[in-house]
Write a protein that binds this ligand. Structure first.
Ligand SMILES: Nc1ncnc2c1ncn2[C@@H]1O[C@H](COP(=O)(O)OP(=O)(O)OP(=O)(O)O)[C@@H](O)[C@H]1O
Ligand SMILES: [Mg+2]
Length: 146
């Protein structure tokens, strides 16, 4: 039986690479009549959990980060060609790779699409850590877009 992805999840982080991955996902969704979930994950700063009583308050920090991430999501979505695609955008909080995996599991995704690199500032020889981790641990097939 032919593989026909009904549900596709794409992760975006504001980078050009993730926008490119999202366009690839949108084109695949259009061709296959799939539902596209465009997901951005807010990652709380390292050590954020477990800090007790230290400023800034966690909820304030998270809400301002969450607003920043929301504008990333809106900005990327605005530049995509989503004509003829059924899509939804969502924001999650957590560690990006595991949060993307959770979304795939919850939505019963048939495919997860990510860029090979993202918004990270460190120039690596290999792919980014989020792409690497989802390639190893995602509950569904993964498409990594260079
Ligand atoms: N916070 C996030 N929310 C949703 N998708 C993400 C997020 N971070 C990364 N991705 C997805 O993973 C792809 C690869 O990004 P990744 O973070 O692995 O590379 P990097 O930023 O270059 O490296 P690193 O983050 O390890 O320094 C992105 O193009 C995007 O598709
Ligand atoms: Mg990154």
């Amino acid at each position: 039986m032919a593989w026909n992805p009904k549900t596709i999840v794409v992760g975006i982080d504001g980078s050009e690479q993730s926008a490119h991955a999202a366009q690839t996902a949108a084109d695949l969704a259009r061709k296959n009549g799939s539902l596209l979930h465009i997901v951005t994950v807010v990652r709380p700063p390292e050590g954020w959990w477990g800090i007790v009583g230290s400023p800034p308050p966690a909820d304030v920090l998270t809400s301002s980060m969450s607003e920043a991430q929301q504008s990333i999501l809106d900005g990327t979505v605005a530049q995509l060609d989503l004509d003829g695609v059924e899509w939804e955008a969502a924001e999650e909080i957590g560690e990006p790779a595991s949060a993307l995996g959770d979304v795939c599991r919850e939505r019963g995704a048939d495919l997860l699409v990510v860029g090979r690199r993202g918004a990270g500032l460190v120039e690596r020889l290999v792919m980014g850590s989020v792409a690497d981790r989802v390639a190893h641990y995602a509950p569904c097939p993964v498409l990594i877009v260079p």
